[in-house]
Write a protein that binds this ligand. Structure first.
Ligand code: GLU
Length: 380
């Protein structure tokens, strides 16, 4: 199932720490409802990522497809019928997700959001707080659009862009879009048999957008199509998050990407990463301080993450995800970063090895106190 060579998408997914996985209706739902066996495979993939300390958020479609069957509606629904179908289908959709994860002892939490929620700052912050709290509590957040109240003008309409915004809210470093296509092609593969899948896209250019135009291969189940996937990738990449467009119909589709199976990686734009660093280093007000020893100070300058072993002291009360000032042994400010643990936890794990985190605070999210991508060091 894996290519002999390492794939760029595989590498990106293996190194990601916060991942949004978007699942389209076409792969999740069959004629008779949710494809539970397939979902069980995906659940074990997600659990494997979580076990490696990766924060995972799911964006799932399927409410309308499931509700349509339950209400005996035909395809080609009017907006009101879509809203009714989503109301009838959302409960069934969540039930399926809950069942798939209960066997792993993972609690799922449902977030239904609308375009407004990502555009209005207060609601955006609320959505972010809910996501983070669920993750802190070890739950798996599952997001869908609130189709029942989202009318055409204020509607995402497809979950691809919704997923890109979820990635932005989560400050994810990878957005994986699983669908019934196996990547981005340089031309429409139905129209030109010689169309080739592109492994890596450095930037979404007008040519890529033009090649992606046209309806989905299995249009009718999901709302997206390649154009909406490219639009989502563009949003994600502009926010410093890589996008991976991968085939979802295989059993364990994420493991397949991790093992270098076919997929297209659309790299995060450098300016997106730069904007993120600027945001970490500049616009965020630090909520506390983390003091580090000389070894850690040197390692940070060399591009490493901050491990608990290098932390000597903590000041202030901060939550997980807050910005903190990093101070060296001589009292100099090295820069700013987002702490993966709260101030009480950092104080407990200071000076200790990453392997001991779990025994010290009862759980382990990830080995570093501040991940390298969450760091903005001052230039000397
Ligand atoms: N929110 C819709 C649903 O759950 C799906 C939209 C899409 O297919 O992208 O049915």
């Amino acid at each position: 199932m894996s290519d002999e060579k390492t794939s760029a998408a595989g590498l990106a997914l293996r190194s990601a720490r916060r991942v949004v996985v978007k699942i389209g209706s076409a792969i999740l739902c069959g004629e008779d409802g949710v494809r539970t066996e397939w979902l069980a495979g995906l659940a074990s993939d997600i659990v494997a990522l979580r076990d490696r300390g990766v924060d995972v958020v799911v964006v799932t479609s399927g409410a309308i497809a499931l509700g349509r069957n339950r209400l005996g509606l035909k395809k080609g629904l009017r907006l009101e019928e879509k809203q009714a179908a989503s109301a009838a289908g959302q409960a069934a959709l969540m039930q399926a997700w809950q069942a798939a994860f209960s066997t792993h002892g993972v609690t799922v939490g449902q977030l239904l959001i609308t375009l407004d929620d990502t555009e209005n700052r207060r609601r955006y912050l609320n959505a972010r707080a809910t996501l983070r709290t669920l993750l802190d509590l070890g739950a798996l957040p599952i997001v869908n659009e609130n189709d029942t109240v989202a009318t055409s003008e204020i509607r995402y309409g497809d979950n691809d862009r919704l997923a890109a915004h979820a990635a932005q809210i989560l400050e994810a470093d990878a957005l994986v879009i699983l669908s019934d296509v196996d990547g981005v092609y340089d031309a429409d593969p139905r129209a030109s048999p010689e169309a080739k899948r592109i492994d890596v896209i450095d930037a979404v250019t007008p040519e890529i957008e033009a090649a992606a135009a046209g309806p989905n291969v299995h249009a009718g189940v999901g709302a997206g199509g390649m154009a909406s996937k490219i639009a989502a990738a563009k949003i994600a990449c502009g926010n410093g998050c890589a996008a991976i467009i991968a085939p979802g119909h295989y059993e364990q589709p994420l493991a397949r990407v991790v093992n270098n199976g076919a997929a297209t990686l659309i790299r995060a734009s450098a300016s997106g990463a730069g904007a993120r660093r600027q945001w970490i280093g500049g616009r965020l007000k630090p909520a506390g301080e983390i003091h580090v020893d000389d070894g850690a100070a040197k390692a940070l300058k060399d591009g490493a993450s901050l491990l608990p072993a290098g932390v000597t002291q903590v000041a202030g009360a901060f939550s997980r995800g807050d910005a903190v000032t990093i101070v060296d042994a001589g009292g100099r400010v090295l820069g700013q970063g987002l702490s993966a643990y709260n101030s009480v936890e950092v104080a407990k794990i200071a000076g200790r090895r990453s392997e001991d985190i779990e025994s010290l605070i009862g759980y382990k999210r990830r080995p570093a106190v501040i991940e390298k991508n969450d760091l903005a060091l001052r230039s000397e």
